[in-house]
Every structure is written in C-alpha cells, then in structure tokens.
Design a protein around this ligand. Structure first.
Ligand code: UDP
Length: 240
C-alpha cells in the first residue's frame, strides 16, 4: 500500500474499500497486520520519541484518523483526501466479520463499557461472532494472552488509549494467534453509548474536533497542538 510521509510518520494512502480488501487478504494468508490511527497529536509525540516513531512506522496500516492529517497532506499537495477514522475502520471490520464469520475479540475500557459495547455491536451485526472480552484494567497479562489465544479470534480491537494500546499490541503480537490488530482508543465508550459522536454533518465538514471541544472543554490543550502541527507542516513545506 502506498504511504505518504508526514513529519517523519508514514500515513497510508487508502480508501475504506482498499483497506477492507487488504485486510481480507491478510486474514486469508494468515498474515499478522497492525492498524494504527494517525492524528497530529501522535505525530507530534513521535517527533520527540524515537521508539513511538518506529512503532508507528512499523505498523502495517497507518490510517489518517485526524482531519489535521488530511489538511497536512493537502498543504503538501499529497494524495490523502479524506479521513479514515479509527471508529469507522472498526465498524468496517465488524461489517466484514459479520459477513465472513471472522471471530472478534475486544480488549480494553471498563467492564460495563465493554459489555454494553459488545451488546450494541451484536444488535447492529446480528451474525457477528464476538468470541471474548477482557476489560482494560485486568493486570495479569499472561492471563489476557491465554484468554485471547483460547478464543481463536481473527481480529482484536484494543481500547487502552494511546500510546498504551499501540505499545501493548507490539509487545504482545508475537505471543498471540490473532491476525488483525487495531488500537481503537475511546471507541468502546462511543459504542456503549457513554460518549456520543458528533452529528454526521459535523463529521462530514471535518468539525468533529469542535464538537468534542464543546463536550469536553479541557481537550483545548490537546487541540491547540493542531495549530503547532500545521505551522510545522507549512514551515517544512516552505523550507523544501
Ligand atoms: N483504558 C483502559 N485501561 C487503561 C487506561 C485506559 O482500558 O489502563 C481505556 C479507558 O477506559 C477508555 C480508553 O482506554 O475507554 C481511552 O480512551 P481515550 O479517549 O482516552 O483514548 P484516545 O483515543 O484519546 O487515545
């Protein structure tokens, strides 16, 4: 898959359809793949942290999750034209699993959140096979690995927040039999109904960040980083 480098981090140039086809091939070929969602905050963090940078660049698919990544590509006259959000990618994988009977494991978030998220996923995809769940506060990693391997899952969603979930995936992938790994951040909270996503129109206009800011004003400190990120993009472009 083609990738575009944004401030040192590779981002996949893809559509949901292409990504879906690739994932299906990976499952059929028994190939392990790691999907990581890229946003400006992660790119800035990775500029200061070589390990995080390598981890992100070594993932199989780096999806352009944040609208800032799309803006950056536009400024650099790149080819990334729209977001592939972590939660929509997760939904696409659930749809695929529902269709092809791939087995899903959910790891992360609070016990009641994960159970409600599972229940809602089953309501949406009646044929989905969710073969196991472990909440994100279980301490015994050996036990977690055993439970996941026993489930024979094909796809795992890990919701521990970033970069904890990405670190967990890369440190444990070798011990696991699962094929597709995705870090999904707060997606179980959204699926459970605890947190609402922005209205569709705001998502389409690239204003999901504004909705989240209104709902959680303390996100301002995280979101201000977007301005720094865009400055860096513009400056880098001019210096070329
Ligand atoms: N979480 C967890 N275990 C931990 C820390 C966090 O399961 O040790 C969960 C937390 O309950 C929440 C999610 O990870 O469901 C973090 O979501 P957040 O929106 O912070 O993730 P982001 O996408 O911003 O990284």
């Amino acid at each position: 898959m083609n990738k575009e480098n944004i401030l040192g981090i590779d981002v996949s140039i893809t559509s949901y359809e292409e990504l879906k086809n690739n994932i299906e091939k990976d499952i059929k070929n028994n190939k392990k793949s790691f999907i990581v969602a890229i946003n400006p905050e992660k790119i800035l963090k990775a500029r200061q942290d070589e390990d995080l940078k390598n981890l992100l660049n070594n993932a199989t698919y780096q999806i352009p999750d944040g609208i800032g990544v799309v803006y950056a590509s536009k400024i650099k006259k790149g080819k990334i034209t729209s977001r592939i959000t972590g939660i929509d990618c997760m939904d696409m994988l659930c749809n695929l699993a529902n269709e092809k009977q791939y087995k899903i494991f959910m790891y992360g978030a609070k016990k009641e959140t994960i159970l409600k998220a599972k229940e809602n996923l089953i309501k949406k995809y009646p044929n989905i096979k969710i073969v196991g769940t472990v909440d994100g506060y279980e301490k015994d990693n050996e036990k977690i690995i055993k439970t996941i391997n026993k489930s024979n899952a094909d796809i795992i969603f890990v919701a521990l927040g970033s970069p904890k979930q990405e670190n967990w995936i890369t440190s444990n992938m070798d011990k696991l039999c699962v094929k597709i790994y995705q870090g999904v951040g707060g997606s179980f909270d959204v699926l459970s109904g605890n947190i609402k996503r922005a209205p569709k129109i705001m998502q389409k206009l690239g204003l999901e960040w504004l909705y989240r800011l209104i709902k959680e004003p303390k996100r301002i400190f995280r979101q201000l980083k977007l301005i720094k990120f865009l400055f860096l993009i513009i400056f880098n472009k001019k210096s070329k």
